[in-house]
Write a protein that binds this ligand. Structure first.
Ligand code: ADP
Ligand code: MG
Length: 618
């Protein structure tokens, strides 16, 4: 293998190899790179276009298509066509239960805190795997267009993404065979594409307004000495260009006096009208009248009417801008620049209303659906050390994290994070009455702690006995500028607390760091697969524990037959757990859930009945 060197300042590998920037969008994804002229450029794989619709289709023979081809199956094969998977990344079912009807495919409802899965045929996919497929397609397109292997990337995420969503994005990258050098906020990338923040001397406050296909967000960023800080974000994850299309279709339905219910039932026609509406909307970027037909339906619309139709939606985004400013405790006058992002900001009314609100011309010179990917490519170039003019801050070369169930590494401070830095996460117990919690701290990039380097281990003692899942243990990592890592664990309900300090760089050579990074790249894919298996297994074991506990405690509410059947389900789950096949485990977990859910409901009813009886309502 070719010897590579690692820049210890950036934790990145120095080799003349391209690092791409990827915008993994809800509606569209794309990839960009820095061309030999040192300019950021989007990749257009011959004839396929720049934008890759973020859609995955699973064919009957197990064939997978991604992008435009997959989009065609949205109407003809909705159950096997997965769109908007970004909305599910790193989310649990609890997070999404309020909008589950939005998805035409099957999102597994196991009514729990664990991450959602998607059921296609007899297979289960995690949003990470599905996003991985989109990234794989982008990687392939980049390799095809650039005629060189592409193994490293910077991927963008919305500023409001939490830790778990960011980790999921990293994992998706790993599954696609990409070494994800950094996860960057979309508004930060957009600013970079405009050259804002590249000069370390400048201090600026900017607003980034991003209106995409189905989501809207606005972020207020403070840029100082090359550091981007998100002061506030606001928005609506169900507001975007799709709403404009819908408003147009509704207008045509009314004008042509069509029966809406009938039309909705006719999927093909509904879809055709929707596409026509999108065409009309886009046409208004350069013409003021649209006049076409779909079958014998007149699709006529002028720009003024269009603007009236979408005005309430655009007004909603302006309210969000007001809220973002309020949260950042800033006035409109304190905003130095406004950057427009997302395909829907091409709409004239949007530009005008945002400009009027901020009382200044908005930045729209860069193509709004490419701007994030272009900025990601610039960030990649900075990480590669190709921009000597840019101040690079001290970063931590290896990730720092703790051991979680099944011997997995849970990263708290990802590698390449600027120091000083602070990060934390909340954990809980897995057993009823658990009073101690072991906290083992590791350094490294592998998914299994046994492959990483152990830095410290301590025990948080004196957690009051509570049912599993009740204690709230905050674990905080503070890495100061001298490279000292302070780890603090605190149980929030009782206040019990424990703290240790270590120096992660102590006793490790540059060569060893390099080796650890190389190993993580070589083993990335198998690591993620293994991690997913362990996660499924942990979920399964937790289920055995819960159901067995339930039978012991509430067996009286079940019939003998129900108990026997449940025991059979659990025995099957145990034997599948022993064989260790991820899909089979997830399938059985789903089956156990389906079977036992009514019991829990019945128990609840019984409890209410008993309570009523005790009260004697006469
Ligand atoms: P996301 O970031 O959610 O993946 P994009 O930034 O790619 O989304 O935006 C997609 C949206 O932009 C779609 O609703 C599309 O119809 C809209 N769009 C693209 N071009 C135009 C245009 N010229 N005028 C208005 N809307 C447009
Ligand atoms: Mg976007």
């Amino acid at each position: 293998m070719a010897k590579v060197s690692i820049n210890l300042a950036t934790g990145s590998i120095q080799k003349e190899e391209i690092i791409v920037g990827i915008d993994l969008g809800t509606t569209n994804s794309l990839v960009a790179f820095i061309n030999p002229d040192k300019n950021a450029q989007v990749i257009n794989d011959t004839g396929k276009g720049v934008l890759v619709p973020s859609i995955v289709h699973f064919g009957p023979a197990g064939d997978v298509t991604v992008g435009n081809e997959a989009k065609e199956f949205l109407i003809t094969d909705p159950y096997n066509t997965i769109f908007s998977v970004k909305r599910l990344l790193g989310r649990s079912y609890k997070d999404i239960e309020n909008y589950k009807d939005f998805f035409s495919y099957k999102v597994i409802d196991d009514d729990s805190e664990s991450l959602v899965k998607i059921n296609v045929g007899d297979k289960f996919y995690t949003p990470i795997e599905l996003s991985g497929l989109i990234l794989k397609e982008l990687k392939a397109r980049a390799e095809h267009a650039l005629k060189t292997p592409v193994n490293r990337a910077v991927i963008t995420v919305p500023a409001y993404f939490n830790d778990s969503q960011r980790q999921a994005t990293r994992d998706a990258g790993k599954l696609a065979g990409l070494d994800v050098l950094r996860i960057v906020n979309e508004p930060t990338a957009a600013s970079l594409a405009y050259g804002i923040g590249l000069n370390p001397e400048e201090t600026k406050t900017i607003a980034v307004y991003d209106l995409g296909g189905g989501t809207f967000d606005v972020s207020i960023l403070q840029i100082q000495s090359g550091i981007f800080e998100v002061l506030s974000t606001n928005g609506d994850t169900f507001l975007g260009g799709d709403d404009f299309d819908r408003a147009i279709v509704d207008y045509w339905i009314e004008k042509n006096q069509l029966n809406k219910a009938e039309l909705v039932a006719n999927h093909e026609l509904a879809q055709e009208l929707r596409l026509k509406a999108e065409e009309a909307k886009k046409a208004f970027s350069h013409q003021s009248l649209f006049n076409e037909k779909v079958g014998d339906i007149w699709c006529t619309l002028d720009r003024d009417t269009f603007e009236q139709l979408i005005l309430p939606k655009v007004q909603q985004t302006i309210t969000a801008c007001e809220n973002a400013l309020r949260d950042a405790k800033l006035s409109i006058e304190q905003i130095d620049e406004v950057v427009m992002v997302g395909g829907s900001t091409r709409t004239g009314l949007v530009k005008k209303m945002v400009g009027d609100f901020f009382k200044r011309p908005v930045h729209d010179e860069v193509n709004p659906d490419e701007v994030v990917a272009l900025g990601a490519a610039i960030q990649a170039d900075i990480l590669a050390g190709n921009r000597k003019d840019i101040l690079l801050l001290d970063v931590t070369p290896l990730s720092l994290g703790i051991e979680t169930m099944g011997g997995l590494m849970d990263v708290i401070i990802p590698r390449n994070s600027k120091v000083p830095t602070k990060a934390g996460r909340q954990y809980t117990t897995s057993k009823d009455g658990q009073v101690n919690m072991k906290i083992a701290v590791y350094q490294g990039e592998r998914d299994l702690i046994k492959e990483n380097r152990k830095l410290a281990e301590f025990e948080l003692k004196g957690i009051p006995a509570m049912p599993a899942g009740f204690p709230k243990v905050d674990i905080n990592f503070l890495l100061n500028a001298d490279g000292i890592l302070k780890i603090q664990a605190i149980e929030l309900r009782s206040g019990v607390k424990q703290e240790v300090e270590v120096k992660p760089t102590y006793g490790i050579t540059d060569d060893q760091v390099e080796q650890m990074l190389m190993d993580s790249i070589t083993h990335a894919k198998e690591d993620v697969s293994q991690r997913m298996l362990i996660e499924a297994r942990t979920e399964g074991e937790q289920m055995v524990y819960t159901v067995e506990g339930f039978i012991k405690k509430h067996g009286a509410y079940l019939s003998a037959n129900e108990i026997t059947a449940t025991e059979k389900y659990i025995a099957d789950l145990k034997s599948i757990l022993a064989t260790g096949e991820k899909d089979a485990i997830l399938k059985q977990i789903d089956a156990v859930n389906e079977f036992t859910r009514p019991f829990a409901e019945r128990l609840m009813d019984q409890a209410i009945n008993t309570a009523m009886k005790g009260k004697s309502i006469e």
